[in-house]
Design a protein around this ligand. Structure first.
Ligand SMILES: Cc1cc2nc3c(=O)[nH]c(=O)nc-3n(C[C@H](O)[C@H](O)[C@H](O)COP(=O)(O)OP(=O)(O)OC[C@H]3O[C@@H](n4cnc5c(N)ncnc54)[C@H](O)[C@@H]3O)c2cc1C
Length: 449
């Protein structure tokens, strides 16, 4: 039986393990934390009986690799898919509008919703529709990565109002960065795969039972039944290669790991970098990631006696918070979460406590009845390096998921999967690596390699 050592138990590492275990490989996973899930996890606190997600994660209907994984491990029924895309927009002064898709074929499903979108005048609607049509007939090519999203939007007649109300929130939510800093290529992919592929692809899928219960535990149970070993509290300190890259040793706080047939790093870009730096081999020539950086996502959880919106989530405007999610009710309190993407700058300007209070106070602008004194508890979760920032020209530096040295593979949301760094990208990278390893094994058996 061939053995594989996987580093990291986020979605990328777990997916690699699932696909390889399914093919009969014996998989061991090393995870530095006492729990699996990486950036998708839930935790408990003594003031609340339910699990709390680090931050709301939204899937899209086009997340085929993640849906396939959840189907395999039996948790796809725990998801809550919207029937069609529907986003409520809330503004100060209790003003609101909605953007919803219709049942028409793409891109008309979205454009018919746009016609009814009361926040835009006819010229803005026309220009937005034109931008969607241009993208619908464009194919992906390298030069799309040379522009920022805002440069493309400005060139394509998107005025300030359309950018503020429509494009900026979309870019922040999907790419965790401002349109001024992110590559247009990534926005193009979001639109092409998410919005222009049909009403099923663009609908949002919520995870109401929580990230760990829905995405992680079922995968772990599935793996345990296939004798996969998941070793928690195993922090990798160094990955050592001998000069010829023939022998690999992984050094952890619990000892050395050697003698595996295949090795997979499913670590984030900022974690793999220092591990490889100590090695004799010139990694800079293989992984050109020294200038990669991530951006934070801030999630302010708060517990309030009344439900602030009837929907599960809403897009907030003219305040600093970008989204409001409503989670469970328990003990006459309702768990809400405010989300801010691309939060690095905001976090530099004030203390976390000051910021939390400001964000909660601001809710009075949107909900006239809202009384911050009725908040029973609030709790801020900041995820630094939540995702890789895909600025222009970063795409070509993202390594392809797969073998970078003899029998040593890399996976992770930040690798070049054809997608922006998301859960779907993580799962897709894990699947691609598992397929590569399998192919390599067959090639070996047939004496090709
Ligand atoms: C707050 C937040 C909200 C998000 N919202 C969305 C969303 O709505 N939709 C979406 O698609 N994506 C979203 N994302 C992105 C998504 O969570 C990630 O793209 C995905 O989870 C990355 O998975 P991964 O397996 O590549 O990496 P990770 O999940 O980071 O997994 C890496 C694993 O490696 C472990 N590790 C690190 N260093 C070591 C070491 N030295 N030794 C051993 N183990 C180590 C880590 O503990 C971790 O378990 C969000 C991310 C955050 C943080």
């Amino acid at each position: 039986m061939k053995t594989v050592l996987v580093l990291g138990s986020g979605l990328a590492g777990l997916t690699t393990a699932v696909h390889l275990s399914e093919k009969g490989f014996k998989v061991t996973i090393l995870e530095k934390r006492p729990f699996a899930g990486g950036r998708t996890y839930s935790f408990t606190r003594d003031f609340w009986p339910e699990k709390i997600d680090n931050g709301p994660h939204v899937m899209l209907g086009c997340y085929s690799a993640l849906l396939e994984l959840l189907d395999l491990v039996g948790s796809v029924h725990l998801l809550d898919p919207q029937l069609k895309m529907n986003i409520k927009y809330l503004f100060p002064g209790a003003k609101s509008t909605s953007l919803s898709a219709s049942g028409l074929p793409a891109p008309f499903h979205f454009l018919s919703g746009l016609v009814r979108f009361s926040a835009f005048n006819w010229r803005q609607k026309w220009n937005l529709a034109k931008a969607f049509f241009i993208i619908a007939f464009m194919s992906e090519h390298d030069s799309l990565d040379e522009l920022t999203a805002i440069e493309w939007l400005n060139k394509n007649s998107q005025d300030e109002h359309s950018v503020q109300l429509f494009w900026r929130p979309m870019v922040l939510a999907t790419l965790n960065e401002e349109p001024e800093n992110v590559s247009f290529l990534q926005l193009f992919r979001v639109l092409k795969l998410g919005f222009l592929k049909g009403k099923n692809a663009s609908r949002m899928i919520l995870i109401p039972r929580g990230l760990t219960e829905t995405l992680i535990e079922p995968v772990i149970h599935w793996l345990e039944k296939r004798s996969c070993r998941l070793l928690y509290n195993h922090r990798v300190h160094e990955i050592k290669f001998d000069e010829g890259c023939n022998k690999i040793t992984v050094e952890t706080n619990k000892g050395l790991f050697k003698e595996f047939d295949y090795w997979v790093s499913a670590l984030p870009f900022n974690q793999i970098r220092p591990l490889l730096n100590n090695s004799k081999i010139k990694f800079k020539n293989v992984l050109k990631i020294e200038n990669f950086f991530g951006n934070a996502i801030l999630n302010l959880h708060f517990w309030y006696p009344e439900r602030l919106i009837s929907e599960s989530f809403a897009s907030l405007h003219e305040v600093q918070s970008q989204w409001l999610f409503v989670n469970q009710r328990c003990q006459n309190l309702i768990h809400h979460t405010l989300v801010i993407s691309s939060a690095d700058q905001l976090l530099e300007q004030q203390s976390k406590d000051q910021l939390s209070r400001i964000l909660l106070e601001e809710l009075k602008l949107i909900f006239s009845e809202f009384d911050p004194d009725k908040i029973k508890k609030y709790y801020l979760v900041v995820e630094n390096n939540a995702t890789l920032v895909c600025s222009p020209n970063v795409e070509k530096l993202r390594p392809k998921p797969g073998e970078i040295f003899d029998r040593f593979y890399i996976a992770g949301d930040w690798t070049q999967t054809g997608l922006p760094p998301t859960m779907e990208s993580a799962v897709r990278s894990g699947k691609m690596v598992a397929e590569d390893i399998e192919k390599r094994l067959y090639a070996n058996l047939q004496g090709i390699v």
